[in-house]
Design a protein around this ligand. Sequence first.
Ligand SMILES: *Cc1c(COP(=O)(O)O)cnc(C)c1O
Length: 355
Amino acid sequence: MKKHNFYAGPSILSQYAIDKTIDGIRDFAGTGLSVLEISHRSKEFQAVMDEAQALFKELLDIPEGYEVLFLGGGASTQFCMVPYNLLKTKAAYVDSGTWASKAIKEAKLFGEVEVVASSKEDNYIYYPKNFTVPADADYLHITTNNTIYGTELREDLDVNVPLVADMSSDIFSRPVDVSKYALIYGGAQKNLAPAGVTFIIIKKDILGKVDRAIPTMLNYQTHIDKGSMFNTPPVLPIFTALQTLRWLKDLGGVKEMQRINEEKGACLYDAIDSSRMFVGTTKEDSRSLMNVCFVMKPEYKELEKDFLEFATSKGIVGIKGHRSVGGFRASLYNALPLESVKVLVEAMKEFENNH
Ligand SMILES: *Cc1c(COP(=O)(O)O)cnc(C)c1O
């Protein structure tokens, strides 16, 4: 049976990226070797790195003065690398969910942290807006998509200090005005590649302003100077990331991706809104197009397990909600086709008619 993959991360990749990865594992760029067993300093792998960086710049229209890095450590290592490299005395953070609060915890190790807005008291059901950022903050940190709670900020903020964004789960889902950001980072395992590589888009002139000594591996400058090859980079995930970027370019780029994502989101949110049984968990103006969280209304609550089983019988995989929200979470990442969303919506309607 065809599977419909709604996992939140690691998550669905395009069939193109998977097929090309398999090809590269068998015979990489006509070398007669697998991409798994070749030097990262070979000219063939250097070409992969170069093209992946170039496609990042092209697809996101990244201006001059920025560098694209591919490192290990996951987005979680960025929670400490950002303040290590950028926090002199004080940083501002928006607390919009679990990942944001983890970033805040790390930043506090390096200086004063001012949480300028938080939706924690309301269990993160909306994206906090309308806040002011102190002019003396070294940067403002935001998390554009809250993978666990299903809220998203789908606009690029204008702020008076350098803007840093965790875009782990919505990178390449829409056009982004990169010029408004000093740094964008994310784990690749939501919208780009298998787990193991972290992307960083960094404006070079924001560095060199803190006095502390920074360990070599945690210093952005190290990786800028060495083109992400200071140590062995995550070769295979970078190889797959390149395939995803080629797929995305071929499909029409981020503008077309946004159009498709809006169509997918509307399809599922309309079904939730018109349902007698299901209800969304987030405020309408904050709804994520990447992670759609919903539960069963109180009078049907005991049917949640049954629906999960019913969905599984239809080939629907990965919609069990995160333990901090419960119910269901359907992740509609870039590679998920509209067809899969329609299968989920049909399953919801059929289940509702049966009960
Ligand atoms: C998944 C996720 C993370 C954690 O990423 P790791 O690569 O596992 O460290 C951080 N932020 C957001 C928004 C995420 O979705």
